[in-house]
Design a protein around this ligand. Structure first.
Ligand code: DGI
Ligand code: FE
Ligand code: FE
Ligand code: FE
Length: 187
């Protein structure tokens, strides 16, 4: 799909602020893909669509999780996790994106998963470090991302887990499994 067509589709689904975030993720994902050898075109499309379902009503997302065979344990954790797998489903159904690498990068952009593909890592990290992000620790992750993709990903996940724990929020187990997998593979 052409970049402009994808952007036109996604713009209708997002607020202006979230659309600007999406443009940042797109530029960052392209840079990371070029640097680390991921498919640049797939990174572009996955980045554009990654938050497609962000503003869907919770009822609709819940119904899709229940009826479309998505992981049922999502329903026991933070609703903020839902837009990633639901987004993968809707982007295929409504926007006609059929590339499974792209759909998986959307599906796992919030929780990650063990054995993440290069493309999945690029999208997860681009989402975290795009220029519009300003939370504590992001600059450190940006610097690590210039050197080592996996180390930057680990730092981003550590920060996310610590942030959620400080707010007394639950942590989705997949987030821990992703973290453990990356640590175990670090050389
Ligand atoms: O959609 P974005 O805001 O661009 O970013 P995102 O999809 O990476 O994360 C959305 C939110 O999900 C973020 O505020 C933190 C939350 N989150 C991420 N991982 C977990 C999580 N919430 C819980 N409860 N557990 C997690 O493992
Ligand atoms: Fe997201
Ligand atoms: Fe993220
Ligand atoms: Fe995002």
């Amino acid at each position: 799909m052409e970049r402009q067509k994808a952007l036109d589709i996604v713009k209708l689904q997002l607020t202006e602020h979230r659309y600007q975030h999406t443009l940042g993720v797109m530029e960052t994902a392209i840079s990371l893909a070029e640097k680390y050898g991921a498919d640049v075109k797939k990174a572009e499309i996955a980045a554009i669509f990654h938050d497609y379902a962000k503003f869907r009503p919770k009822d609709e997302m819940k119904e899709i999780i229940m009826s479309q065979g998505l992981p049922q344990d999502l329903l026991l954790y933070n609703t903020e996790l839902w837009h990633a797998p639901v987004g993968a489903y809707l982007v295929e159904k409504e926007a006609g994106v059929s590339d499974n690498d792209v759909l998986d990068a959307i599906r796992y952009h919030t929780s990650g998963r063990p054995n993440m593909t290069l493309l999945e890592k690029v999208i997860y990290l681009a989402d975290y470090i795009e220029p519009g992000r300003h939370f504590p620790g992001v600059e450190e992750v940006r610097e690590i991302a210039n050197e080592n993709l996996e180390k930057a990903l680990i730092k981003a996940i550590q920060n996310t887990i610590l942030f959620l724990m400080k707010k007394n929020q639950t942590i989705y187990p997949e987030t821990f499994y992703t973290y453990n997998d990356l640590i175990q593979k670090l050389e």
